[in-house]
Design a protein around this ligand. Structure first.
Ligand SMILES: NC(=O)C1=CN([C@@H]2O[C@H](COP(=O)(O)OP(=O)(O)OC[C@H]3O[C@@H](n4cnc5c(N)ncnc54)[C@H](OP(=O)(O)O)[C@@H]3O)[C@@H](O)[C@H]2O)C=CC1
Ligand SMILES: Cc1cn([C@H]2C[C@H](O)[C@@H](COP(=O)(O)OP(=O)(O)O[C@H]3O[C@@H](C)C(=O)[C@@H](O)[C@H]3O)O2)c(=O)[nH]c1=O
Length: 286
């Protein structure tokens, strides 16, 4: 039986892992900032010393993309320093680290799905801090898996799906960006892959890309979320929706490496969206 620490456990991915852990025989410890601030080296070291983890899954992050532009210090503290502290502590106590990163490490100028070794060039503070976090993790603990994912949503936490359901019930029309192309990822599917990597325990460290299968613009995603609703969804260009942070125009991830290494099948994004929407409607959450 393995012992696994999950940090940032109250976020979308953390809560999906919590759900999934109920069906696992491994022992999971879930902590969020109130129990363990990943930037506090002493507290992190003490917990590792007391508990002796085999794996740490880092779901803790500063994820407010627009706010990060004016709050660089805090974004850096959590996404760079916090990851360094966790990775060094994992190395010190012999634990493997699974760290989650983002498609926003790329500039979006490609027209083919990004492979792990493609050149990174973040265009936002969030993207830059996440890239620096990856680098710190891989440097401090060679036994690190970095999972880059994109456009995460879940029935837990805050995300684009819930925003669309809310705005769709409040407004008659929505303008949604059509020239940013990527792939939505159901955090429940990402949680399954994390658990599978731990189960296989193959020691295949390094960077991997994971999202759902297929491609969409935010506009396509919004239309699928609001299918059957009365609201009119209009496609708009990025310039018509100015935001503090720039976002890549294209950030589809190539998933060949993770599929071959861990022999996994990945659901199409519309299939997983349906699963999440059904869960939301059963629990009447918006
Ligand atoms: N959301 C997305 O669309 C995407 C996310 N990712 C990455 O996936 C990972 C999981 O994302 P997601 O589940 O959406 O994130 P969330 O924002 O839902 O959850 C992050 C959690 O980390 C907590 N946290 C923040 N600072 C600290 C700290 N110093 N110590 C401990 N915990 C802290 C947050 O607490 P609080 O809420 O109180 O701040 C929150 O509970 C992140 O690494 C993210 O960068 C990658 C691609 C897309
Ligand atoms: C609410 C809204 C958003 N949008 C656009 C803005 C943006 O380009 C896109 C998504 O907006 P959001 O703010 O929900 O999501 P955003 O913060 O851009 O999502 C990103 O989060 C980080 C954490 C990641 O790592 C990325 O992979 C990605 O998921 O939709 C519209 O066009 N119309 C709208 O009414």
């Amino acid at each position: 039986m393995k012992k696994i620490l999950v940090t940032g456990a109250n976020g979308q991915l953390g809560q999906e892992l919590r759900e999934l852990s109920k069906q696992q025989t491994d022992s999971f410890v879930f902590v969020d900032i109130d129990q363990l601030d990943i930037t506090e080296q002493q507290g992190v070291q003490q917990l590792f010393q007391e508990e002796g983890f085999d794996y740490c899954v880092n779901c803790a992050a500063y994820t407010a993309v627009d706010k990060a532009e004016s709050d660089q210090a805090l974004a850096e503290k959590v996404n760079v320093l916090g990851v360094k502290v966790l990775a060094e502590t994992c190395q010190q106590f012999g634990a493997k680290l699974i760290h989650i990163s983002t498609d926003f490490v790329f500039d979006g100028k490609s027209f083919l799905p990004y492979k792990e070794e493609d050149k990174t060039k973040p265009i936002s503070v969030y993207g830059l801090t996440k890239l620096q976090g990856e680098q710190q993790a891989l440097k401090a603990n060679p036994k690190t898996v970095v999972l880059r994912t994109s456009w995460l949503y879940s029935s837990f936490g805050n995300n684009f799906v819930k925003t669309m359901l809310r705005l769709g019930s409040e407004r008659e029309e929505l303008g949604i960006i059509v020239d940013q192309i990527g792939t939505p990822t159901y955090a429940g599917d990402l949680a399954k892959v994390v658990v599978e990597i731990i189960r296989q325990d193959k020691e295949l460290f390094g960077v991997y890309h994971f999202s759902n299968e297929g491609v969409a613009s935010w506009y396509d995603f919004a239309l699928a979320i609001l299918e059957g609703a009365e609201v009119k969804v209009n496609p708009i260009p990025t310039v018509a929706y100015p935001t503090p942070a720039a976002r890549p125009h294209y950030s589809v991830l190539d998933k060949t490496k993770i599929k071959e290494a861990f022999d996994i099948e990945i659901p199409y994004w519309r299939t997983s969206l349906k699963t999440c929407l059904e869960l939301l409607s059963v629990h009447n959450i918006q």
